[in-house]
Write a protein that binds this ligand. Structure first.
Ligand code: DX5
Ligand code: ZN
Length: 234
């Protein structure tokens, strides 16, 4: 069977950054080798927390080169997809539960030249992917319930990653395109290897990078990023 071979991407989630020096924090993680900047948008409606909107995304866009990976935890989604594309988002993912017309929401992103994908909560079944695989660039599996950084990785996510990886590989074997498999929540140096082994190629890491001891004092994210990279080398 043909395998969907993609390089490993690390996407620091700025939700755990020090907001008093957000710009410096983002520049520092990019310099330390971040592949994406993961941007968590929460609306106090779909999830019980409130974070940042398109204006902040636009400001982030002006200081980084790497793609901005916008994770929408909002409902409804359609208008914000357009607003975030306008604000410089490179990838936009949203939760199927948050859209009344998933295919339409995906098309809004794609038709505007933005990469897009669906996010599966821990209890969301994976069959919602079946009829939209041709429209997905990325699938994001939540390994915590969305809303907060610093939560513990939910162990049964591993079997879900394996099942989604199988779906992606089958799609590729039938002539489909490559789809990234991203995992978000509770990833640390200790478990990232297992997450990759299960089939992930893109790793969202919030507290595991920004709350790493000493890192935020001197913006020294190089060491922790190197530790994650090393753990992914096998
Ligand atoms: C949670 C967010 C995550 C979060 C990850 O709703 O989607 O991106 O920032 O943070 P950690 O890595 O600390 O679990
Ligand atoms: Zn996220």
């Amino acid at each position: 069977m043909k395998k969907n071979k993609q390089s490993n991407f690390i996407a620091p989630s700025i939700l755990s950054a020090n907001f008093l020096s957000l710009g410096e924090e983002i520049v520092a993680v990019e310099k330390a080798g971040a592949d994406y900047i993961h941007f968590d948008v929460m609306d106090n409606h779909f999830v019980p927390n409130l974070t940042f909107g398109p204006l902040i995304c636009r400001a982030v866009r002006s200081i980084v080169e790497v793609p901005i990976d916008v994770h929408l935890m909002v409902s409804p989604v359609d208008r914000l997809i357009e607003d975030f594309i306008d604000a410089g988002a490179s990838i936009i993912t949203f939760h199927p539960e948050a859209s009344n017309h998933i295919d339409r929401s995906l098309s809004i992103a794609r038709d505007n030249g933005c990469k897009t994908g669906l996010v599966l909560n821990p209890a969301t079944p994976i069959n919602c992917l079946d009829w939209v695989l041709p429209k997905l660039d990325i699938i994001l599996i939540m390994s915590v319930n969305p809303g907060f950084g610093g939560q513990t990785f939910i162990e049964n996510t591993f079997s879900k990653i394996i099942a989604v990886r199988q779906k992606i590989d089958e799609f590729l074997n039938k002539g489909g395109h490559s789809i990234r498999l991203e995992v978000d929540g509770g990833i640390k140096v200790e478990n990232i290897q297992a997450v990759k082994r299960a089939g992930a190629d893109t790793f969202v890491i919030g507290s595991g990078i920004f709350n790493f001891p000493d890192a935020s004092q001197n913006l020294g994210y190089q060491k922790i990023m190197t530790d994650f990279r090393k753990a992914l080398e096998f």
